[in-house]
Design a protein around this ligand. Structure first.
Ligand code: RIB
Length: 357
């Protein structure tokens, strides 16, 4: 069946018996048409299911009102928060967003960036699945890019919005130490991503400051996946001396950790304290309610679009680097408590007040 052609602004003008300029004025709310004229135009637009042809307009003006976003894992609620922040600010400023999922696949990420280029987007917010994929200079020359969450390369010189992972991980670890924990394990995420190694840095800093050793077997290397959180936790639970607390470096690994505790008939915090880097939209329904580092995903997305719009308005003129670093929040709930056999004075005799750093 031949596809019904899209209605044009001329079709609307003809049906409403007005000029094209009148229809345009009603649509752009620039010219105040008489109420009966406005009503005729709106009825004609509805009858014809008319929507302005944005592709034609951007071809004519050379200014696209579409931006792109690439995320590595659409199923991960952290990235959904980012996307909501991006969409909110884009919509408020009259931009549409083409979202694409790289599914943690470098080749797919490159395809997504090419797809966005073929759609002539005005710019893109990129959370790269690998630190280096999207940062290839041949890609960053195509359209303005703002990186979000993980930085593309160490010593990155460009435009990005991220979180002070090191400081957040430091404060989270201090919380465990101040509860009296000494045998604290970490399930690290991908160390090739800025978030992964910065969280380990913050953890290490807090442990060293409290003169607590990081035992080799208490440093488990995950990859930010649920499965790695599960297997790393089983390894920790099978040690002759189990840790009394586990710091999990992201949301997916925390889910794997909790499943492993359940499979071993262990509970938190009674048997082991659990601290999650990343909160969950449904944290209130967990049992126990997780102590978590909540990243400002929504705000990261919003700030990234504001930064991208500056670059778009600069019309391709090279803009200097800009790095926005937001603070994450430690939310203390039920899954962290003092270890059964120790209190805070055993660990920090010289310091019992809450960390202020
Ligand atoms: O689970 C996704 C993780 O990767 C989050 O911690 C976020 O920071 C991203 O880097």
């Amino acid at each position: 069946m031949r596809k019904k052609p899209f209605a044009t602004i001329r079709d609307v003008a003809r049906l409403a018996s007005v000029s094209v300029a009148t229809v345009s004025g009603v649509m752009n709310k620039k010219a105040v048409a008489r109420p009966e004229v406005q009503k005729r135009v709106e009825e004609a637009m509805k009858a014809l299911d008319y929507h302005p042809d944005r592709m034609a307009r951007s071809l004519k003006t050379g200014l696209s009102k579409v931006i792109g976003m690439v995320v590595p894992d659409l199923k991960n609620p952290f990235f959904v928060d980012l996307m909501c922040g991006v969409e909110e600010v884009a919509r408020a400023s009259g931009f549409s967003v083409i979202f694409s999922n790289s599914n943690k696949d470098q080749a797919l990420e490159k395809e997504n960036l090419s797809m966005l280029y073929s759609h002539r987007v005005a710019g893109a917010v990129v959370c790269s699945t690998d630190a280096y994929t999207a940062y290839d200079s041949s890609m960053t020359r195509r359209f303005p890019m703002v990186f979000v969450d993980r930085l593309p390369v160490v010593g990155f010189k460009g435009r990005a919005v991220t979180v002070d992972n090191r400081r957040a991980a430091y404060k989270a670890t201090r919380h465990l130490i101040e509860l009296g924990h000494q045998d604290i394990a970490i399930i690290a995420g991908r160390m090739d991503l800025s978030g992964g190694f910065e969280r380990v840095e913050g953890f290490r800093e807090a442990m060293q400051e409290a003169h607590l050793p990081i035992r080799e077997e208490y440093f488990q290397s995950g990859d930010f996946s649920l499965a790695s959180g599960y297997t790393c936790t089983l390894k920790l639970l099978s040690l002759p001396q189990r840790p009394t607390a586990i710091f999990s470096s992201n949301n997916n690994m925390t889910l794997g950790l909790m499943q492993a505790l359940t499979d071993r008939n262990l509970s938190s915090p009674a048997d082991i304290s659990v601290l999650s880097y990343d909160d969950f939209p449904w944290a209130g329904y967990f049992h126990p309610k997780l102590t978590a580092v909540a990243q400002p995903g929504l705000e990261m997305g919003r700030r990234a679009v504001h930064m991208l719009q500056d670059a778009i308005q600069a019309g391709g003129e090279p803009l200097g680097e800009e790095l926005v670093v937001l603070e994450a929040e430690l939310i203390i709930r039920e899954s962290t408590a003092s270890p059964a056999n120790r209190s805070v004075k055993d660990v920090l005799p010289e310091r019992t007040h809450a960390v202020t750093k």
